[in-house]
Ligand binder design. Structure first.
Ligand code: UT7
Length: 384
């Protein structure tokens, strides 16, 4: 999946980015009052000091919508321009409808298709790759990619080996096509399903549908063999980085920053040693966010952009691993190609008005559907 295969001369550039996190912070000290753990253990073994936790009203879609609106602001484009919305998540609102469709409705992105991407913590890299390939094929031009998670809702809060790791949040990118070379240069996607049992939520799907027994046995929460996942992660991170750089016809010397999945500082240190790269080339923020699965790469990247760490035309490698088992990497040149409008405030106000109109339109559609059902539903059924 390299740029050299791009015969149509279409390139997928990131032109907008944004994030959202819940208001509530859960510190290690607070966790140590909930389970048998200590701040020392969590910091030394993972690098995590705190994480954001959603309240009852905050969901994967509501965080995703906030991140998406912020990304549309940065890109300064209307939701009507979107051709597709992909949401990478392991904590969707429902099995269906997709979280992407719920977000599409909230944004009023009426020209967009929408679907969810299930590749666990590698989800954002998978979604970015798919979006990039669709744009490069010439069939669509503007795609919103969101990684959004409310992992706190599927964590077993009595299991100290997992509950200290995860947090909630969302990050979004807007991708747009152009003939200017750059943007997404190459991608590597891999899976080894033989390791599926190492990290999973056992019940709630067709294998073990929800039942009284599945609830009693706590099968709807995350279970993980931490040591095995750790060993797998340290092996594949460096390999995926090398492969994606090779695929683009570059060398490690051409890479400015690596933006890894924020699972554990020790995994990233091991990858840095393996690649013989200095640790300051790796963007890290898991100390404040924990592991936010599909949201972790955009959350880390957006923070680094806000801190002016990332400079124009830097080459970045996004690399992730997770349940599946899955892993993958994407190489991106950070080149913002959209023109900056002098009327950004006006466009922002217009977008806010469009969001309000979208809410009203959606409410009217629901009402009309109900009314039609009452007035004609029985008649149509009896015709058949
Ligand atoms: O997004 C992808 C998903 N997951 C990951 O990337 C996780 C990958 N794995 C890891 O990051 C690490 O394996 C963990 C952080 C989960 C665990 O660290 P570890 O160094 O591999 O610890 P361990 O599982 O080998 O456990 C060491 C000890 C055990 O006690 P004993 O058996 O040696 O007496 C655990 O019971 O640490 C104990 N332990 C804890 N102690 C205090 C496990 N969790 C905790 C805890 N607080 N929260």
């Amino acid at each position: 999946m390299s740029d050299t295969a791009n015969s149509l001369n279409r390139y997928a550039h990131i032109c907008g980015w944004g994030t959202a996190v819940p208001d509530n912070i859960l510190t290690n000290a607070e966790l140590s009052r909930m389970v048998d753990t200590t701040d020392d253990w969590i910091v030394n073994r993972t690098g995590i000091k705190q994480r954001y936790i959603a309240n009852d009203k905050e969901t994967t879609a509501s965080l995703g919508v906030k991140a998406a609106k912020s990304a549309l602001d940065t890109a300064n484009i209307s939701p009507n321009v979107l051709d597709l919305i992909i949401v990478a998540t392991s904590t969707p609102e429902h099995n269906f409808p997709s979280t992407a469709s719920i977000i599409q409705d909230e944004l009023g992105a009426r020209n967009a298709g929408a679907f969810d991407m299930a590749a666990a913590c590698t989800g954002f890299v998978y979604a970015l790759t798919v979006a990039g390939q669709i744009i490069q094929s010439g069939s669509m031009n503007t795609i919103l990619v969101i990684g959004s998670e409310t992992l706190s809702k599927i964590v077993n809060w009595e299991d100290r080996s997992t509950c200290v790791l995860f947090g909630d949040g969302a990050g979004a990118f807007v991708l747009q096509g152009s003939e200017v070379p750059g943007g997404i240069l190459s991608s590597v996607l891999r899976s080894d399903g033989s390791g599926g049992d190492l990290l999973k939520v056992p019940a709630g799907g067709s294998a073990i549908p929800a039942s009284y027994d599945s609830l009693r046995d706590n099968l709807h929460t995350i279970t993980m063999n931490g040591r095995e996942v750790f060993r797998f992660a340290t092996r594949v991170m460096a390999d995926a980085c090398r492969e994606v750089v090779n695929e683009a016809g570059l060398t490690m010397n051409d890479i400015d920053f690596i933006v890894p999945h924020q699972a554990n500082v020790r995994i990233i240190e091991a990858a840095a040693r393996n690649l013989d790269l200095p640790l300051d080339m790796f963007i890290m923020n898991m100390d404040r966010y924990g592991n936010t699965s599909a949201a972790s790469i955009p959350l880390a990247l957006c923070e680094a952009v806000a801190e002016n760490k990332i400079k124009p035309y830097n080459n970045l490698v996004f690399v992730a691993f997770g349940g599946g088992l899955t892993w993958g990497a994407t190489l991106v040149t950070w080149d913002v190609t959209t023109t900056t409008s002098h009327n950004q405030l006006w466009h922002k106000l217009r977008r806010q008005a469009l969001y309000r109109v979208a809410r009203i339109r959606s409410t009217i559609r629901r009402g009309t559907r109900t009314l039609e059902g009452v007035l004609w539903g029985g008649e149509e059924m009896s015709d058949k």
